[in-house]
Design a protein. Structure first.
Length: 290
């Protein structure tokens, strides 16, 4: 099985098992609700008298102080944590269904619920670790912007260039090292630390394969996102303050298709890298034990 097979087989599996989109549909609805709540919550906190729909247009900046900023930040933090939890559950459920489709030819929502409940805490934990590492490699970049904003032009530009290079390389390495941790947790039933180790070794032993699949996934995502952005650009301009909500809604709709499809691609790849063609006639328990 080569890289092309991961995608062609995933297309066929996806076509025969539309139920695999259900976790993404539910997650997208919940995420959109949270985004709307967060949007209006922050707006109401920063400017309690602001009327978005009416004619009143007081300056939002004139009403901002440390308390409102702290409250708005807390709202955003809570929303972000809840979205992380929702995405972790969606990922666990979707990968669980992808595993069942590959092994049995069909998907079950019962399996999605069971695997979602069982594995989302581990996926949530690893996602937080991945985010923290990404923030760490971004520190030099942030420092560069900070120096520029404080008129330290020469040193600021130097730090910004170096920081951009560090962030670019670091982000790519982190993404590749963590590329298969979801499959390692759900299919391989590894622990938090064990999934990171296995994902790292799978990447290190199959660098070209993992890199190419990650690159193809990124190109597909960026290409579709770019086209959607062009189509919706006039609408988002007309929508004004609600333009971000339109973009968020469009992104969620695209994710309903891409998330389960990429889950199938990466699960095919994980099982291929772990077992080769031997897993075709084995059940899940035999695959996990081996």
């Amino acid at each position: 099985m080569d890289i092309g097979d991961y995608y062609s087989k995933s297309v066929e599996s996806f076509r025969r098992n539309w139920k695999i989109t259900v976790p993404s549909i539910v997650a997208s609805i919940l995420t959109l609700i949270l985004f709307i709540v967060g949007f209006f919550g922050v707006m109401a906190t920063l400017s309690p008298n602001l009327s978005i729909i009416g004619n009143a247009t007081p300056s939002i900046f004139s009403q901002i102080n440390s308390n409102t900023l702290l409250t708005a930040g807390l709202i955003l933090l809570i929303i972000e944590i809840l979205i992380y939890i929702i995405n972790a559950f969606r990922t666990a459920a979707t990968v669980g269904m992808a595993k069942q489709i590959i092994m049995d030819g069909s998907a079950s929502l019962d399996v999605a619920w069971k695997d979602g409940i069982k594995f989302f805490p581990k996926i949530f934990a690893v996602s937080i670790i991945k985010t923290v590492l990404t923030v760490i490699v971004a520190i030099p970049l942030i420092l560069g912007f900070y120096l520029l904003f404080n008129n330290e032009i020469l040193i600021g530009v130097s730090v910004l260039l170096i920081g951009s290079l560090i962030f670019f390389i670091g982000y790519i390495l982190i993404s590749l090292i963590f590329f298969l941790f979801n499959q390692s947790i759900v299919v391989g039933q590894k622990s938090v630390v064990g999934s990171i180790k296995e994902s790292y070794y799978l990447f290190w032993d199959n660098k070209l394969t993992v890199f190419l699949v990650a690159l193809i996934n990124a190109i597909i995502s960026l290409g579709i996102g770019f086209l959607i952005g062009l189509i919706l650009a006039p609408l988002t301009i007309v929508a004004g303050p609600f333009g971000s909500l339109i973009n968020q809604f469009a992104g969620l709709l695209v994710g309903i298709i891409l998330v389960p499809y990429f889950a199938l691609v990466m699960t095919y790849m994980y099982m291929e890298l772990k077992m080769g063609f031997q897993w075709i006639n084995k059940d899940v328990e035999e695959f996990i034990v081996s």
